[in-house]
Design a protein around this ligand. Structure first.
Ligand code: GAL
Length: 440
């Protein structure tokens, strides 16, 4: 071997050594800076990363930390509204036996694969020990119970059938917010278009779900009976005139939305309304959290009305946490759930989140004017319906296909094609419709 060759080998060894040493230094440094400050930790996952969502979860974690100061809370937020990124990630973590101590999960069908697979522990003792049976409404309790056992703790009740509007925009165009029909809603949009706002409705359907969210509310506006049939898997004909009518209305709705909707997040769309670049946006009342962090005042800067045709309805989206089987810190997990279900925890979280407490004994003085109105509506509406987009209403075998079907519709506006795909997806999932909803 030549001298030059030995030199080259030496250089390679030196390089390898340098890489190993650098790796070790980086590793130690990373560990040092990311290590939990406390030896005893609670690890939770959620997708609350927008301004309002972050403020709310910070407040809830704050309540936990004040009670358990020795426990370090590791939050692992996964951005992507409605959990469109986190849900898949969580499935793989749980299947790999790496479930965190608790994770955000919607009440209802979304829990079912975890319950059926034996990945969650029943938490009946926690429910009875905390006296929750008497303070949570039946509609909420029913959605977290499977086979008579409780498997989750609800932290809120979000309303999904809400239109958010910019008050200054409506006032400037002499538009009344007393809108209760689709005709009146589209007439308001036409007026705005004619008077110089070509895209009066904000949509942010990055991740697809926000468009489906709108269709879901239009389906509800067709009547509670139709919504009930739909979620019970009974709408199986592509020629169903009510389904086609809902899709036709949705197509019209889409003609008023911003061109960049597919690139925008839900909170980006809310910001368009906050800033007066759009007049309206249909979104769940987590949007209220965005108005609050932007220091906007309900009734002064912005307002809401029920999605036309759904005034007597409250579309439900319920966030929960649960106790996965075999978690690393079982005691911390249960204590977290206790805080999640507590009056104190809920009254810290929900005023910032936009939702109302899932408990009937909330301290309503802690809630702002939008939520005061929502609390009153929750008591007086005639019908409640579980959201499909937000996990509760229909089996995963169906919902897994829903966003792609609707995303194709958003592009091609083909009513027949969407009606065919939707009803086929319902039929294909028929074996999974295990719950019969009675909404009226
Ligand atoms: C929903 C969730 C809400 C809200 C929203 C947007 O699915 O239940 O809490 O965060 O997504 O991310």
């Amino acid at each position: 071997m030549s001298k030059g060759h030995h030199g080259a080998i030496k250089t390679v060894y030196a390089l390898i050594l340098a890489v190993i040493i650098t790796g070790a230094i980086v590793g130690v440094a990373t560990w040092y800076f990311t290590r939990p400050a406390k030896a005893n930790v609670l690890e939770i996952y959620h997708w609350w990363t927008s301004g309002g969502e972050k403020a709310a979860i910070t407040a809830l974690v704050g309540v936990y930390e004040s009670k358990y100061p020795d426990v370090g809370v590791i939050q692992s937020p996964v951005s992507g509204g409605a959990g469109y990124v986190m849900k898949a990630l969580m499935k793989s973590l749980v299947l790999a036996g790496e479930a965190p101590d608790a994770f955000q999960l919607h009440a209802g069908y979304e829990m079912k694969p975890y319950v059926d697979g034996g990945y969650l522990d029943p938490i009946n003792d926690l429910w009875s020990g905390q006296g929750w049976e008497t303070v949570f409404p039946t509609v909420v309790k029913d959605m977290v119970k499977f086979g008579g056992n409780y498997y989750a703790v609800p932290v809120n009740i979000h309303r999904v059938n809400v239109v958010w509007y910019n008050k200054a925009v409506l006032d400037a165009h002499g538009i009344s917010a007393n809108i209760t029909t689709w005709d009146a809603f589209f007439a308001a949009c036409d007026k705005l278009v004619a008077e110089g706002m070509p895209k009066p409705i904000a949509l942010g359907d990055q991740g697809k779900w926000a468009a489906t969210h709108v269709l879901e509310q239009i389906i509800a506006s067709e009547g509670i009976g139709f919504y009930q049939d739909f979620i019970n898997g009974k709408v199986t004909s592509a020629t169903n005139t009510t389904l086609r009518d809902a899709l036709t209305k949705f197509s019209k709705y889409l003609s008023y939305v911003n061109d960049n909707h597919a690139a925008l997040t839900w909170d980006g769309a809310t910001a368009l309304v906050i800033n007066g670049k759009a007049a309206f946006n249909i979104m769940g009342d987590w949007a209220n959290g965005e108005f609050l962090v932007a220091n906007k005042v309900y009734g002064v800067d912005y307002g809401t009305f029920a999605v036309p045709g759904t005034e007597k309805m409250y579309g439900l989206c319920i966030d929960c946490f649960e106790h996965p089987k075999g978690v690393k810190h079982p005691e911390n997990s249960l204590n977290w759930l206790q805080v999640v279900g507590s009056k104190e925890g809920q009254d810290a979280f929900n005023p910032l989140k936009g939702s109302i407490s899932a408990r009937t004994d909330a301290d309503t003085t802690k809630y702002g004017p939008y939520q005061q109105a929502a609390i009153a509506d929750f008591k007086k509406v005639t019908y409640m319906y579980p959201s499909v987009v937000h996990g509760s209403g229909m089996p995963e075998a169906f919902t897994a296909k829903l966003d792609d079907i609707m995303s194709a519709f958003v592009d091609n506006k083909d009513v027949s094609a969407a009606a065919t795909s939707l009803t086929k997806a319902v039929t294909d999932a028929s074996a999974d419709f295990t719950k019969v909803w009675t909404l009226h």
